[in-house]
Design a protein around this ligand. Structure first.
Ligand code: 1GP
Length: 241
C-alpha cells in the first residue's frame, strides 16, 4: 500500500490540490464526530488532520478512533505535544519548528517522543514547520514561546524553508497560526515554492474559497483549514464536489 507521504508527493507532482480539514481535539465534542465527518466525506477534502496546541491526555486517541469509524480518508496527526501521539492514525507529521529558536520544539519534544514511536509502525513524515507573522499572537506562538518570521523578510522565510529541505525534511509547512487574521500571502507561498522540491503545505486563517484558491495558485500543494469549518459547517457545502 502506498503511504500517506507518497500520495502527497504524487498529488504535488501532478498538480492535484490537496485539502486537509484540521480537527482540534480540545475544541471538538465527540458527539459531533459522525455528522461532521459525513460532511468532510462529501466535500473536496482529501485528508483529516488531528491536533492542537493544548490537548488533555488520551483525548486525541479517542477522537481518532471515532473519526476512523466514519471515513476512509487518511487521518494524519498534527501534534502539539508528545501526549497527542497515537498509532491509530495513518501518519504523523514529525514537526520541527524551524522558524523558532526554542530547542524544545526543534528537537527536545522529538527525543521525548521516541519511546512512543519506536515499534509503533507509524508512518513518520519529517516536516519543517514555519510560523509566519499574521497580525496577532496565535496559540503556536504562545505555547512554543517563539516568534513568527516577519513577513517583511521573504528571503529569510525562503532560506528557512530551504534549510529544512536540505536537512532532509520531506514536507515544508507554512503556518500563519489557527485563526490568523492574515493567511500566508501568495507572495511568500510563491517565493518558497520556487525554491523547494518537496511538497508545500499552507495553513492558518484561510476562511474563504477565494483565499483557498489564492493559496493553490501561488503554489501550495496542500491547504489546511480548521477554524472556518468549526465556525460554519456550511463551508463544507461550498466546497462540495
Ligand atoms: C493549520 O493552524 C492551521 O495550519 C489551521 O488554521 O484554524 O485558521 O484554519 P485555521
Amino acid at each position: 500500500m502506498k503511504g500517506v507521504y507518497q500520495d502527497i508527493q504524487d498529488a504535488a507532482s501532478t498538480g492535484k490540490p490537496l485539502l486537509a480539514v484540521l480537527i482540534d481535539p480540545d475544541k471538538f465534542p465527540l458527539e459531533n464526530v459522525s455528522n461532521f465527518i459525513k460532511k468532510v466525506n462529501t466535500s473536496i477534502a482529501t485528508h483529516i488532520f488531528v491536533g492542537g496546541s493544548t490537548v488533555a491526555d488520551e483525548v486525541t486517541e479517542i477522537l481518532v478512533e471515532n473519526i476512523k469509524r466514519y471515513t476512509s480518508l487518511p487521518v494524519v496527526l498534527f501534534p502539539g505535544d508528545v501526549t497527542q501521539i497515537t498509532n491509530r492514525v495513518d501518519a504523523l507529521l514529525f514537526l520541527s519548528l524551524i522558524s523558532g529558536r526554542n530547542p524544545e520544539y526543534l528537537i527536545g519534544k522529538h527525543i521525548n517522543s521516541v519511546s512512543k514511536l519506536r515499534g509503533s509502525g507509524l508512518e513518520i513524515i519529517p516536516t519543517g514547520y514555519l510560523l509566519i507573522e499574521n497580525g496577532k499572537e496565535t496559540a503556536v506562538q504562545r505555547v512554543t514561546k517563539t516568534k513568527p518570521l516577519p513577513i517583511g523578510n521573504i528571503q529569510n522565510i525562503v532560506d528557512t524553508a530551504k534549510a529544512g529541505e536540505l536537512l532532509g525534511m520531506k514536507l515544508i509547512y507554512l503556518e500563519a497560526g489557527s485563526g490568523a487574521i492574515h493567511p500566508v500571502t501568495s507572495e511568500i507561498i510563491k517565493a518558497v515554492k520556487t525554491e523547494l522540491s518537496v511538497p508545500l503545505i499552507v495553513g492558518g486563517g484561510i476562511k474563504t474559497i477565494q483565499q483557498l484558491e489564492t493559496a493553490y495558485s501561488a503554489g501550495a500543494d496542500m491547504v489546511v483549514i480548521g477554524t472556518a469549518f468549526e465556525q460554519d459547517e456550511s463551508f463544507f457545502s461550498k466546497l462540495s464536489q
